[in-house]
Design a protein around this ligand. Structure first.
Ligand code: ATP
Ligand code: MG
Length: 428
């Protein structure tokens, strides 16, 4: 039997409903902050990621799906989206539009990673970029949009970790300071970190190997070496977060796995997943577009790991989405079976979500199924009902049953209390 590639997943119903719901909330929230969707290719020239994400990053070093096409051009499946958005911004002259642009995206990313829980080779990100504003309020707005999104999903326990990565000019000083602090312990570092010590010591702070994390804790914090401008910038972002009562913690060891970040960087962690399985990462990237050959245009953005997000969705949101909020329409006898689709089509055109019994089940077996599957209500059509132009409807939450005219089904449906009430009542 042919199996799916390692690290990929089949998303199946009813879980796909959760994905759709999460994506719906993202479109709604980011749209309400003035966001528009952007869709870029799933593969790009390899050079794009080498120049943006950086050739000393883990992503470019060992996680990219890189291949030559039939003409020998080197292409890579996108490991992240910001580089593609920046390329599209330059290539499509988005600078000609009124700035800033708030661009959100939802789609698959690809990284050749070691398989672990919450770590896939094809995974989906939901992200937002604000391009064309270098002010601290832009960072704060971005964080507020993100916070609003998580709130709408019902999260109350997520932690935002925030740090100042300084400006690129401060970076060299910082790299040197880390190298000096950690050089004496070189032999205790993992082989990757020994290489990082030479190439990009900052990366050591991001290493997931426990021994390296202990050693990295002894490195100086970026904040102490950051310049005045970046410190003022991040302080203003923090002041805004405080004003908005958005909780965050200042994490002085937080660095990101991509080279283009500067000043504000942040991550969102869930107590359920732990600090090694981050839900969302982001930050400011004021030099990225210029580094890719475009004008000097600032940007700030984040990417949420949708796979990990769906895994830890609050029960309330999950239950509400998974509750089958449809009317199960059960025909009894041939006369009813002959007319049921026609009747149901009329109801769904009036806004009643219906699901037909089409396998020929008995009424008893259908009612059992309705309960098991958590349908909101059942509509039964028998000989008597067919003759009288009525239908017997049963509210599965409240338990009441009555015969109503088939034309009254939409009004009856609208008068039913929403599906969420059902779970609430069952608890009390
Ligand atoms: P990690 O430290 O977990 O490897 P990262 O820093 O490489 O994450 P980013 O590049 O910041 O991740 O991507 C943003 C988000 O995308 C992450 O916080 C995570 O939720 C998600 N993500 C990244 N890589 C994967 C993956 N291989 N599988 C599932 N989700 C992922
Ligand atoms: Mg990673």
């Amino acid at each position: 039997m042919i199996q799916r590639p390692r690290g990929t997943r089949d998303l199946l119903p009813p879980d796909t409903r959760l994905w759709q719901a999460v994506e719906g909330v993202a479109r709604d929230v980011f749209g309400s902050f003035g966001g528009e969707e952007i869709r870029t290719p799933v593969f790009e020239p390899t050079e794009l990621f080498v120049r943006s994400v950086g050739d000393s990053s883990d992503i470019v070093n060992k996680e990219m799906y890189t291949f030559p096409d039939r003409k020998g051009r080197s292409l890579s499946l996108r490991p992240e989206m910001t580089a593609g958005v920046a390329r599209a911004w330059i290539e499509n002259h988005l600078g000609d539009q009124s700035q800033p642009l708030r661009l959100y995206y939802i789609g698959p990313m690809f990284r050749y990673e070691r398989m672990q829980h919450g770590r896939y080779r094809q995974f989906s990100q939901i992200g937002l970029e604000i391009i064309g504003a270098d002010t601290p309020i832009a960072d704060a707005e971005l964080l507020a949009s993100m916070h609003e999104f998580f709130l709408r999903l019902g999260f109350t326990d997520l932690e935002i970790h925030l740090n100042n990565l300084g400006d690129p000019e401060d970076r060299a000083r910082y790299q040197a300071a880390i190298r000096e602090a950690l050089e004496p312990r070189r032999a205790e570092l993992c082989s990757d970190c020994q290489r990082r010590l030479d190439e990009n010591p900052l990366r050591i702070l991001d290493c997931k190997v426990p021994a390296c994390q202990v050693i990295a804790a002894g490195a100086p914090a970026m904040d102490e070496l950051a310049g005045e401008a970046s410190r003022r910038h991040v302080a203003e972002v923090e002041a805004q977060l405080q004003l908005l009562a958005i909780p965050y913690v200042r994490n002085r060891r937080l660095v990101r796995g991509l080279d283009y970040y500067l000043r504000t960087v942040f991550e969102v962690v869930s107590p359920q997943l732990g600090t090694n399985t981050v839900l969302c990462g982001g930050g400011r990237y004021d030099r990225l577009i210029a580094d890719l050959g475009g004008p000097a245009v600032p940007g700030v953005g984040f990417a949420i790991g949708e796979d990990r997000l769906v895994e830890v969705l609050p029960a309330r949101f999950r239950d509400a989405v998974l509750a089958r909020s449809a009317v199960y329409v059960v025909p009894i006898g041939d006369a009813a079976r002959a007319r049921v689709l026609e009747l149901a089509r009329g109801w769904l055109r009036s806004g009643v979500p219906v699901e037909l019994e089409i396998t020929g089940r008995s009424l008893k077996s259908a009612l059992k199924r309705a309960d098991r599957e958590g349908f909101r209500a059942v509509a039964m059509l028998g000989e008597d009902e067919m003759r009288g132009g009525t239908v017997t409807v049963r509210d599965l939450a409240g338990g009441s049953q009555s015969a109503i005219a088939t034309a009254d089904v939409p009004a009856w449906w609208r008068a039913l209390p929403p599906a969420g009430e059902r779970a609430g009542r069952a608890e009390s």
